[in-house]
Design a protein around this ligand. Sequence first.
Ligand code: GLU
Length: 258
Amino acid sequence: MRIVIKIGTSTLAHTTGQLNIRRVELLCKVMSDLKNAGHEVILVSSGAIGMGVGKLSLKSRPTDMATKQAAAAVGQCELMYTYDKLFSEYHHTVAQILLTGADLRDEERRENFHRTLFRLLELGALPIINENDTVATEEISIGDNDSLGAIVAVNANADLLILLSDIDGLYDADPHTHPDAKLIPVVNAVDEEVLALAGGAGSSLGTGGMATKLHAAQLAVEAGIDMVIANGADPEVLYRITDGERVGTRFVGKGCAV
Ligand code: GLU
């Protein structure tokens, strides 16, 4: 299977903005193993701004454009350094791709992206994709990595998109305020009723919340790609998903893979 795995800042970093070393080490180990088992893995990783916040010792996620972009520039280096180091331990080669919405809307640039992506997969490398936050102003950005994950999955003709987050999946009510909220295991159609479950707020360091995840689900399902939202707290959840176990919430695309 060709799998796009999107990892959110809340999964990669502690609330301090510093790397969650144990978590990231395990994630890289499991993703390496999935590659060893024959899957093609594309990683969409957030965390540039979050890690920049940690490295620059900023008190919180910046709101002004210049500091955000500066934090992303610092954090993206740290992020790739970490991935390169950890994946190298398992003899996998990583490749960085940074995109903006404008790159994907422009036919020529999109073709360049495709060519590089598919060649990297042929070469057995592990593409790691993020938004190019240092140049992406609001008008040209995709804005959140859940949507970027779905756009990458569609462009890569993926079989499966997995969004790893700090939440177990989609609930029938906000689990933070409704302790009796129930997890919805399968969603067959991302309709008005489902979209109404989105709620607001994500974490303090990342961008996404349930709304961006449901938007991603719409894009994936429409292209026939299954999407799973699962909790990244235990990276081994990736084994269970690729083994076809019921984990988190699965949005069923028309060309179901597992
Ligand atoms: N591109 C952002 C970053 O790396 C993340 C966007 C998001 O959290 O959705 O910090």
